[in-house]
Design a protein. Sequence first.
Length: 311
Amino acid sequence: MRCARCDRTAVVDRPYAGDHLCDVHLADTVRDRFRAAMHRQLPRFRAGTVGVALSGGKDSATALALTHAYFGRRPTVTVVAITVDEGIQGYRSKTLRSARALARTLGVRHVVVRARDELGTTTDAAAKRLNGVAPCSYCGVWRRQLLNRAARDAGADALVLGFNLDDLAQTVLMNFARADIPRLGRMAPHARRQVGLVPRLAPLAEVPEREVFLYARAAGLPFDHAECPYAGLASRNVFREVVWRMEESIPGTRQALLRSRESIVRLLEAETGGTAPARCAECGEPSTGIRCRACEYRRAVALPVMGAAVS
């Protein structure tokens, strides 16, 4: 199969776009979609610090490389990579090596935050104490809070996440299935700055997972493709399969799910004016209730209160 834009051999079929692309033109479209998303999500940003959540996988590696290139000609903008080590034996150490290698290659400052130091526990340790609770539940909550704290401590004006189109489409469907409409408004990208919460960006939102992988591999980015040992227990697996099947039958379903979320969020904000998060009574971090979920899980494993309130 030939590329739709040249005579080179195509490396990817894009039914949602009705074309096939070679590695060169695929890379061009990935960069174009990234730049367009950055223009929308972080307009007129000329000076400051941008954090990038770097796990060491393909998505975050691509996000960091493209963010670094995007701001490469702006000496007034500093890019810092942030990695959270949740303490998952045999997994995080591998991805951390890849993360360090990429940050070193790009010459980007790399901050590593360890759950054991910040929380007094690890995902592995909590998994032994919270029987019957999917590790992804508390691991994700703790990771998001640690990322926010690290980005805030680094003086970041925004935090880039490596979420791709598949990730976000799955999350939208999960929230629809659970009738959790408010959570749709809390998904990245964040349109408004809220006290204590570093705005999160998702500049790969329009790029499918397969295309991110092909881009990262063609660009020679160091990344680890290992899967977390707890991933098989995540409820997201059901929605991943559903989205795959829907996309195969109806190309463009993933983009439609994102557009649906955007429409709902606009309607909610027009009706309510948007809602700012409260503060957790225990740790002072942004929360949707009196106590944040991070502290609820800390209580469940009998850990002391984390940190002081944020000003």
